[in-house]
Design a protein. Structure first.
Length: 422
């Protein structure tokens, strides 16, 4: 694997080069500022970026924001490091989706442990940069051939599905036939308006070449109703849209057979985002308390005594599905969180509520980022911090996580999903 280190301190780069090459056994490339870091990302295509925060020309914040704004680099894992441990800096980095934060100075053992864990996550998840038309397949994903003469739409599609499919692209029907023979995709999406070899002829040719009938072929059009007479050539008709939430819902229903956004969110939370959610909780609490915490999924459990809750609701506008997240703790534990965050005890529980609300905001921001990568664009619609009303009926939790702050405080984090009219 290849690691890019971005730091304006030459001695620090030499120190990290030795560790990365001799203890992590990875290839090493470097840059002295964020601007050159972006250039090296483009030239070297690293698997992981490790960046300092305070640098000349372009700092770490700006570099990570630039990486996240470009679909081909949006999912590159980043570890940030800085001699400045200010909470607002760390919170900003976490909302940008960094995998970890290292406070300088650190020793080689800590570096190997923390960065090694990130490298293991990369290997296990198999998430790399979105596929281009290079021809090499990622065997962990199903191959999808996207045939469309609109570069903007191909880039849009990549931004939604690059982490789910190994996407190969063709901009003409002739190119599509050649790529089909090479890549043997299981799914083919053909856009309209192809020249010379039009979409219906492409579908016929691919059917003839697909002697085992393993490929599913779909037509993608802004007006699919106009192609109903030709629908026998296709396994389904997809309505083309550049609105992510609309196209995502349409594609999932037609191609993946997903019944609803509601069921998709439940599946993603239960099976795909568990480790990311636990990581978001641990990092967010670590920022507030400057100490490590443990977090693990549990069966339904409650805390004895009067409980305080910080809750937030995310809304999926296209489907009216609501995801509610909450973190619950006893008064003494909420006050403990405040004291660790600001350095002195609160005057009352009221003054500790803001810190509790800040915590759920930070966690939900990370969860929203993960959902966005899966194609779910969620809006924040409601936040509440206060006493838990025991008489209030609660939705069935889809996930519940026990959080232990160094043995001094306990909290329960929950996620529930419901249809908007419930």
């Amino acid at each position: 694997m290849k690691i890019l280190v971005v730091d304006d301190d030459n001695l620090q780069r030499v120190f990290l080069q030795q560790i990365i090459t001799k203890k992590l056994f990875c290839k090493y490339v470097e840059a002295s500022d964020g601007l050159n870091g972006l250039r090296m990302v483009e030239e070297e295509a690293p698997d992981l970026v490790i960046t300092d925060v305070m640098m000349p020309l372009m700092d770490g914040f700006e570099m990570v924001e630039a990486l996240r704004s470009y679909q081909k680099t949006a999912r590159i894992p980043v570890v940030a490091m800085s001699a400045v441990g200010e909470r607002n800096h760390i919170t900003r980095l976490l909302t940008l989706g960094v995998s970890d934060f290292l406070l300088k100075p650190f020793n080689s053992r800590d570096f190997v442990d923390r960065v090694g864990a990130v490298l293991n996550d990369i290997r296990e998840s198999g998430e790399r940069r979105p596929r281009s038309k290079s021809g090499m397949n990622d065997s962990s994903k199903q191959t999808l051939l996207l045939v469309d003469n609109d570069l903007n739409f191909r880039s849009f599609f990549q931004s939604l599905y690059a982490n789910k499919f190994d996407i190969v692209e063709a901009e003409s029907g002739i190119e599509a036939v050649n790529i089909f023979l090479e890549a043997r995709p299981k799914i083919v999406c053909i856009g309209t308006g192809l020249k010379i070899l039009a979409e219906n002829l492409v579908a016929k040719k691919l059917r003839a070449l697909d002697t085992t009938s393993e490929a599913s072929i779909f037509l993608c059009s802004e007006r699919p109703e106009e192609y109903k007479e030709q629908s026998i050539l296709f396994d389904g008709l997809i309505r083309k849209s550049f609105v992510p939430k609309i196209f995502f819902s349409e594609f999932n229903a037609v191609v993946l057979g997903v019944k609803s956004v509601y069921e998709s969110l439940i599946d993603i939370v239960n099976h795909h985002l568990r480790s990311e959610i636990i990581s978001a909780i641990q990092q967010s609490i670590g920022v507030l308390t400057m100490q490590e915490s443990s977090a693990s999924v549990i069966q339904h459990e409650d805390l004895p005594g009067e409980q305080f809750e910080a809750a937030i609701e995310l809304h999926h506008p296209a489907s009216n599905v609501v995801m509610a997240m909450s973190i619950i703790g006893l008064q003494k534990d909420v006050e403990y969180l405040f004291e660790k965050a600001v350095g002195f005890a609160p005057d009352s529980i009221e003054s500790a509520k803001d810190t509790f609300g800040e915590l759920i905001n930070t966690i939900s921001g990370r969860v929203r980022q993960s959902l966005d990568k899966c194609g779910f664009i969620m809006d924040s619609i409601k936040q509440h911090v206060g006493l838990v009303d025991a008489a209030m009926p609660r939705a069935d939790e889809k996930m519940q996580i026990m959080i232990n702050c160094g043995g001094a405080a306990k909290f329960i984090f929950s996620i529930s999903i419901r249809k908007g009219n419930e």
